[in-house]
Ligand binder design. Structure first.
Ligand code: SF4
Length: 372
């Protein structure tokens, strides 16, 4: 099985923390849609496996006029696929009943909405255009339209966020009956407005203890409601895990269409240009990212340790296994990494330390030499 990712690069405005490739409407959305269809027809043969999941992300795909979204979906001919999950990313201010009906008719069965917070001051602090009430109203409409696979994004560690306001956002959002939650700790990415504000002292990042407390509230609240914490940032009710996103963590191939989209055919990564103009004029113009065996293993180590399935050591070639186990020992001794049979797992309470643990387990060329 394989996944299809379609990147719609347009947003109403730029959120202060965002480093995805997105831009305001430039009058080229129709050309982008046409080029995406052409790119699919040109590149679909890169994959031997049938496409079983589609994810339209961005950017903000929900701002696309229905006609253009319809052109893309019909142009790639999804009627001929056996689709198990078809997701669209949306923003609350774009939701209304007719649009939801149209998406359903296209075959979309999963909505992923950027809520980020249900506190208006926090939303404003990071440049979100919608209010908390707009998000709650949108969720009502999504449910009334008959969608059951509903995922929302939240961010913790936002400027001005307190333990109380985080608990409020979380509780109110989970009370709406969503079936999947992606919750991210705010990061200050270089080049974003938020990063500049941090440098000039206008925003002070939340300290580590506060972030840990917010994370622990998140784990407790979702567990109490029956959500499985299946990846560092993802929580799902039983049977509502994101199939498409999970494929990024288990080496499933995916074809990425549109400006800045990434593809992976099981061996090679291809990266489309992060420019609407270059994409339209030069498609296909992807860069190929050469990956060595060690690069691929490191990708596997990083992604597997971010999940509750952990890293299966018997999936690692024998010649590297002793290096990994040697590097793991210090964290195992500190009980921040555990063996469960032949699997290495970071316990949920220590996932906030995952980056530091994974940095230690990363293989280098000398591991190859040492162990051969
Ligand atoms: S809506 Fe999403 S993609 Fe667009 S700027 Fe905000 S965070 Fe980035």
């Amino acid at each position: 099985m394989a996944g299809l990712y379609i990147h719609i690069p347009y947003c109403h405005s730029k959120c202060a923390y965002c480093d995805f490739y997105s831009r305001p409407d430039d009058g080229n959305a129709g050309l982008v849609a046409d080029t995406i269809v052409k790119e699919f027809r040109l590149r679909k043969h890169e994959f031997a496996e049938p496409i079983t999941t589609i994810y339209i992300g961005g950017g903000t795909p929900s701002i696309l006029p229905d006609r253009l979204l319809g052109d893309i979906v019909k142009g790639i001919g999804i009627d001929s696929f056996d689709i198990k999950e078809f997701t669209i990313e949306v923003n609350p201010e774009d939701i209304y009943p007719e649009k939801l009906k149209f998406w359903k008719a296209l075959g979309i069965d999963r909505i992923s909405m950027g809520v980020q917070s249900l506190c208006d001051a926090e939303l404003k602090a990071v440049g979100r255009r919608h209010s908390a009430q707009t998000a709650l109203d949108a969720l009502d409409m999504i449910r009334e339209a008959g969608f059951t696979k509903i995922s929302c994004d939240l961010i913790y560690g936002l400027p001005g966020q307190s333990v109380y306001s985080w608990q409020e956002s979380l509780t109110r959002l989970l009370d709406t009956g969503i079936t999947h939650l992606s919750a991210y700790s705010l990061t200050y990415e270089q080049g974003t407005l938020l990063y500049a504000r941090m440098l000039n002292g206008k925003v002070i990042p939340a300290d580590d203890d506060t972030v840990l407390e917010l994370y622990s509230i998140l784990c407790d609240e979702t567990a109490a409601r029956g959500f499985r914490h299946y990846e560092i940032s993802n929580f799902a009710l039983p049977a509502y895990e994101a199939i498409h996103n999970s494929s990024y963590w288990n080496d499933t191939p995916y074809l990425g269409l549109g400006p800045s989209a990434h593809s992976f055919d099981g061996h090679t990564r291809r990266i489309n240009p992060a420019s609407v103009r270059t994409y339209i004029e030069n498609m296909p113009a992807f860069e190929i990212e050469a990956e060595s065996e060690i690069d691929r293993l490191n990708d596997r180590i990083i992604t597997a340790l971010r999940t509750d399935r952990g890293l299966e050591l018997n999936s690692i070639p024998h010649k590297y296994r002793s290096s990994i186990e040697r590097y793991a020992r210090i964290w195992v001794n500190r009980s921040m990494l555990e063996y469960r049979g032949d699997v290495l797992i970071i316990p949920e309470r220590h996932w906030m330390m995952a980056d530091a643990i994974m940095r230690d387990l990363i293989l280098t060329d000398s591991d190859q030499t040492d162990s051969e």
